[in-house]
Design a protein around this ligand. Sequence first.
Ligand code: TYM
Length: 328
Amino acid sequence: MKKNLFTAAKPTGRLTLGNYIGAVDNWKKMQEENNSIFCVADLHSLTVNIDPQELRSNSYAVMANYLACGLDPKKAVLYYQSQIPAHSELCWLMDCITSMGEASRMTAYKEKAANKNMVSVGLFNYPMLMAADILLYDTDLVPIGEDQRQHLELARNLAIRFNNKYGETFVVPQGVYQKVGAKIYNLQNPTKKMSKSDFDNSGNILLEDSIDLIKQKIKRAVTDSESEIRFDPQNKPGVSNLMSIYAVLTKKDMKEVEKFFEGKNYGALKGEVTDIVIETLAPVQEKFNYFMSNTDEIIKIAQDGAEKIREKAENKIKLVKQKMGLIF
Ligand code: TYM
């Protein structure tokens, strides 16, 4: 029997090569075998300081990239989180079974809240909204990058806690992580993940970057003072990151990659990585540009997508309310 799959990206910026390798390219394969829902988590974007115009254009761009990367509305549901109010509603119900302690332990929250003048309640609530996203649709599988592991564990704990207290209601979801490439790092700071939410994108390859910009960013990627091309993330994070990118995009395993680069220098590594990144992104960019100039198609796809799952979400909310003793 097909499994239910749910995953999302938040439109706080434009998708990066990290999102492609760690997430979307894998989702494309998984849509073939599962009942898949691919969400653009626009409500989550409100946890950062983002102006409406930017949010709107990022929201179009993330959906355009989903489509350009091969997520297919004929095979899967694509929609925006804010189209279905049940997400926000379930978030509140999840809030009420989450302890302050466990929410305060979320490392993404701690990192994002550090050194900020204003930390919103929304940022604190972020993981409970994510749990709601997942639990609304009886999700079995959640393909995500390593950085989301702790959030997924919380979603699992909340599902189990709810089921124990109120009776069997939620499917306990399982995270699906890629072996190589589950985390792609910033080219300028290779111990930090490549992120679309950064202010400075010099170390992030965006899926929309021009060929010249991609060349420049990879050329300037930080390496180390040795010359040997060896996969050793601890001691050689920059080189290992470039090797991971190369391995995933050429579908080679790391042993093969090490052998291929034996005796070659860092210039050769960067040249090969540049070529494969450009080759991978060229067809994606062509489709992306098409959708960005036809945003009416994006709206239609998202509306159709939301209509397919609205009832399921509403029924789940009714069930949860009934179990919790709310009258509706
Ligand atoms: P987001 O938007 O940060 O990232 C989307 C997906 O891309 C993965 N990812 C990466 N993988 C490898 N290397 C990287 N450098 C890298 N950066 C990002 C992320 O792990 C993620 O899988 N909270 C989520 C969005 C979300 C969600 C959900 C996900 C909202 N609701 C429900 C799953 C289920 C987020 O911010 O992802």
